[in-house]
Design a protein around this ligand. Structure first.
Ligand SMILES: NC(=O)c1ccc[n+]([C@@H]2O[C@H](COP(=O)([O-])OP(=O)(O)OC[C@H]3O[C@@H](n4cnc5c(N)ncnc54)[C@H](OP(=O)(O)O)[C@@H]3O)[C@@H](O)[C@H]2O)c1
Length: 347
C-alpha cells in the first residue's frame, strides 16, 4: 500500500520541454504514467511556467483517496487538479465533464436544475445560474470549500436565439448576452482571485465559429460570441504573467440539442418569417450533421493540460475551413460563398 508520504515522494520535476501529448487519448488513467491530471504549471522567476508533475500510482485507490481528502498546505485539500464546467447537463458541457474526468481531473459540472439534469453520471453536479451573482458565488464557494482550488474553469453554458434583429426585443438580446457573455464574465471574475493567489489556472471559454463569422437571424448569439472572443484575448494578455492562461474554443457545428433549448424571437413578422426559413433549416441540418461533442471536449482537455495552451482552438474541420477561407478569400467572394452555404443568395 502506498502511504501519503510515499506518494509525495513520487513528485518529479519535468523539464520545460516536456510535451503532454494529444489530449489524453494515448494513456488511460489508472496507469502510473497517466500523470497529466496532476501537472501544475507554476511560474518561475522569469514568469515562464514550468511544469511540476506529481506522479500518483493510481493502482492503489485507498492511497489515492487518502490523498484526495488530506488537508494540504494553504487550504488546498487535494493534489489533483480541479475543473469546474458550466452547463454540464447536456451537449458539449456533459462531454467536457466526462473527458476531463477521464483525463484524471476532479471535475464539477453545473446545471440550473442539478437534480433533474444529472448529465455527468456519478460526477458532482452543482446548482448554477450564470446570470445570478449569488448563484455564481455559492457554486464557486462550494468547490473551494471541498477542494481548496479551481485549476480549470470551462465557461460552456450558453443559449441561442433565432430571429431577425427587427423581430427581436432588447430584452431578448440582453438575455442572450447575459448568459453567453456576462455569465462567462461573472464566472471569470469569481475564479480569477483564486487562480491568481495560486499563480496557476486555465480559463477555457466555449466560443463559436460565429465569434469570427456573421450569422444572420442569430445576431444576438453572434454578438455574444464575438464579445467573448475579444474579452478572452484581452484577459489572456493581462493574466499571463500571473500563471493564468485563457483560451477560447471555437467549434463549427456540434451535434447537440442547442436548437431545442433556445428560444425563437417572441414577435415574428413578415418579411422575415419566410426569409429566415431556409437559413434556419440549413442551420438545423448543419447542427444535426455536426461533429460529436466529444471532439470539442477533447480540445478542451488539450487546452487544460498543454504546457503552452493556445489562445484559440478550432476543434473541427468546418471551423478550420471557414476560418481559413475568411482569412484568404477576397471578402466579396467569401460573402458570396457564405450566403450560398446558408441558402441566402437566391436574390
Ligand atoms: N452546438 C453547436 O453547434 C455549438 C457550436 C459552437 C458553440 N457552441 C456553444 O457550446 C456551448 C454548449 O452548447 P451545446 O450545444 O452543448 O448546447 P446545450 O446542450 O443546449 O447546452 C447548453 C448548456 O448551457 C446550460 N445553461 C443555459 N443557460 C444557463 C444559465 N443561465 N446558467 C447556467 N447554465 C446554463 C444548460 O444547462 P441547464 O439548462 O441544465 O442549466 C446546458 O447544459 C454553448 O456556449 C454554445 O454556444 C455550440
Amino acid at each position: 500500500m502506498m502511504s501519503a508520504s510515499r506518494f509525495a515522494s513520487t513528485a518529479v520535476h519535468v523539464t520545460p520541454g516536456y510535451r503532454l501529448g494529444n489530449g489524453g487519448n494515448e494513456e488511460r488513467p489508472g496507469s502510473c504514467s497517466s500523470a497529466r491530471a496532476d501537472m501544475e504549471w507554476r511560474p518561475t522567476a522569469a514568469g515562464q511556467t514550468t511544469p511540476t508533475a506529481v506522479l500518483p500510482c493510481r493502482a492503489d485507490p485507498r492511497a489515492n483517496s487518502r490523498l484526495q481528502t488530506a488537508e494540504l498546505e494553504g487550504g488546498v485539500k487535494t493534489k489533483r487538479r480541479v475543473a469546474l464546467v458550466t452547463g454540464a447537463s447536456s451537449g458539449i458541457g456533459r462531454a467536457c465533464v466526462q473527458q476531463l474526468a477521464s483525463a484524471g481531473l476532479t471535475v464539477y459540472g453545473t446545471s440550473r436544475h442539478p437534480k433533474r439534469r444529472r448529465g455527468g453520471g456519478d460526477l458532482p453536479m452543482l446548482a448554477l445560474d450564470v446570470c445570478r451573482d449569488g448563484s455564481v458565488r455559492t457554486c464557486v464557494d462550494r468547490v473551494i470549500s471541498e477542494t481548496g482550488r479551481i485549476d480549470v474553469l470551462v465557461n460552456n453554458a450558453g443559449v441561442g436565439l433565432e430571429g431577425a434583429v427587427e423581430e427581436t426585443s432588447l430584452d431578448e438580446i440582453r438575455a442572450v448576452l447575459e448568459t453567453n457573455f456576462f455569465g462567462a464574465v461573472r464566472m471569470m471574475r469569481a475564479v480569477l482571485p483564486i487562480m491568481r493567489k495560486r499563480r496557476s489556472g486555465r480559463i477555457i471559454n466555449i466560443g463559436s465559429a460565429v465569434g469570427f463569422l456573421p450569422m444572420p437571424y442569430s445576431a444576438a448569439y453572434c454578438a455574444s460570441k464575438h464579445a467573448l472572443r475579444g474579452f478572452s484575448e484581452s484577459l489572456d494578455h493581462e493574466v499571463r504573467k500571473l500563471g493564468i492562461r485563457v483560451s477560447v474554443i471555437e467549434p463549427g457545428f456540434v451535434r447537440t440539442d442547442i436548437v431545442e433549448h433556445s428560444p425563437v424571437a417572441a414577435a415574428p413578422f413578415e418579411p422575415y418569417i419566410s426569409a429566415r426559413s431556409n437559413p434556419a433549416r440549413a442551420f438545423r441540418q448543419a447542427i444535426a450533421r455536426g461533429v460529436d461533442p466529444d471532439v470539442v471536449a477533447r480540445t478542451v482537455v488539450e487546452a487544460a493540460t498543454e504546457q503552452y495552451p493556445r489562445l484559440r482552438y478550432l476543434p473541427d474541420g468546418t471551423a478550420r475551413m471557414v476560418s481559413l477561407f475568411r482569412d484568404v478569400l477576397p471578402s466579396p467572394l467569401f460573402d458570396f460563398a457564405f450566403r450560398k452555404q446558408i441558402q441566402m443568395n437566391e436574390d
